[in-house]
Design a protein around this ligand. Sequence first.
Ligand code: PEP
Length: 263
Amino acid sequence: MRAKMIAGNWKMNNGMAATADFISGLEKWFAEGEGQKAARAVKSGRVEVVLAPPFTLIASAVSAKKSDLIQIAAQNVYHKQKGAFTGEVSLSMLEEAGCKYAIIGHSERRHVFGESNEELEKKLIATLESRVLPIFCVGELLDERNSGSMKHVLTTQLESAWRSLTSDILADMVVIAYEPVWAIGTGQTASDADAEEACDYIRTLACDKFGIAASDSLRILYGGSVKPENSRSLLSQSNIDGLLIGGASLDLDSFEKIIETSL
Ligand code: PEP
């Protein structure tokens, strides 16, 4: 059985005090009422709760945590270990700071900062050589969906990234997030059927390249305007193993409600 992942991407939001308040509020919720059920699901490995704060808040998030109920992710990585790369952050720095995961290839990295498939392959490989695990994002633009090329875009993004991976690495270490760009931050969530079709397609691609066992173990998340009102039905799709949440992860109450729908 694939563990569900509920991951919040804070993007460039929040500060130190807000981070500490959010983490302690979430841990308090885990200790009481409905949250206790969530804590049991996390402890038994059925659900994983992840937060991705900006780089400067990773240390605040890690030090605010009093338990292992919440895992911390970075929103980006650089593939080189150290050196003259002004403005970048290495995987050893993220490891030392306490990150379990790193988001790679978020649509804002691809489309606002121009990160290419070649660059994202390097980031994926470097991450898999570290102790940080990748959450690798793929997804099509609105024009690409409207012109019927969603599958072609997903194929290109994935095949360039995972061409040198083995089945074991894919199965044990990689999380893929399907995030249609037209659904991110727009309030326009993909329908359950559209999200499922894309996630099913990703699993089929994984099966063709890595075999049935690896593709059955691969966790695939959906992201794009997820809210408590739509999270349950998205999570009930057979190929959706979790959610990557932007806006709604900034609000503790909404984030807790989304976790509840994964139980
Ligand atoms: C995201 O940032 O990955 C995202 C899906 O954002 P939102 O939930 O706000 O659409």
